[in-house]
Design a protein around this ligand. Structure first.
Ligand code: SF4
Length: 141
């Protein structure tokens, strides 16, 4: 059966966050059913290790807190995640708020201070460009 909704893998309990933790949102799994959700982590799909140094969007680049430009890995991972989402026929995605990959509407501002600015993560941008509706876990609280 085809999956209908893509979801950030960390929201399904996978330990793929930069710090090796997860952001399990059981209420979303209960609402849609695990069998209908396609977990994707674009940063892992881009070959980044877990745990990893946190990164934020800085203009057109994504850089780690230690100043390494990781834009290429983020882009490659977002492309692969999009490919898998399209192959599964997903019509919508529920992604982790504020992330430089998965954030939707608001993302961290690149200063690693917790401040937010309007914007979408790289994966979210690619999904929206294909007409796939994106929401975040904050829409389900
Ligand atoms: Fe979660 Fe997305 Fe970050 Fe992966 S890239 S840990 S799915 S927010």
């Amino acid at each position: 059966m085809k999956k209908k909704v893509a979801i950030s893998a960390c929201l399904m309990g996978q330990h793929c966050r930069y710090d090796g933790r997860h952001n399990l949102q059981q209420q979303i799994i209960d609402r849609y059913g695990a069998e209908n959700l396609l977990p994707l982590c674009p940063e892992v799909l881009g070959g980044l290790p877990t745990p990893r140094i946190p990164a934020e969007m800085q203009g057109n680049k994504i850089c780690t807190q230690s100043g390494t430009d990781v834009t290429a890995a983020f882009m490659a991972g977002a492309d692969e995640a999009l490919k898998q989402a399209e192959a599964a026929g997903v019509q919508a995605a529920i992604l982790k708020a504020k992330s430089p990959s998965c954030g939707c509407g608001l993302i961290y501002d690149g200063s690693f201070s917790g401040r937010l600015v309007p914007g979408d993560g790289i994966f979210t941008q690619k999904l929206k460009a294909k007409g796939i509706k994106v929401s975040t876990e904050l829409d389900y609280i």
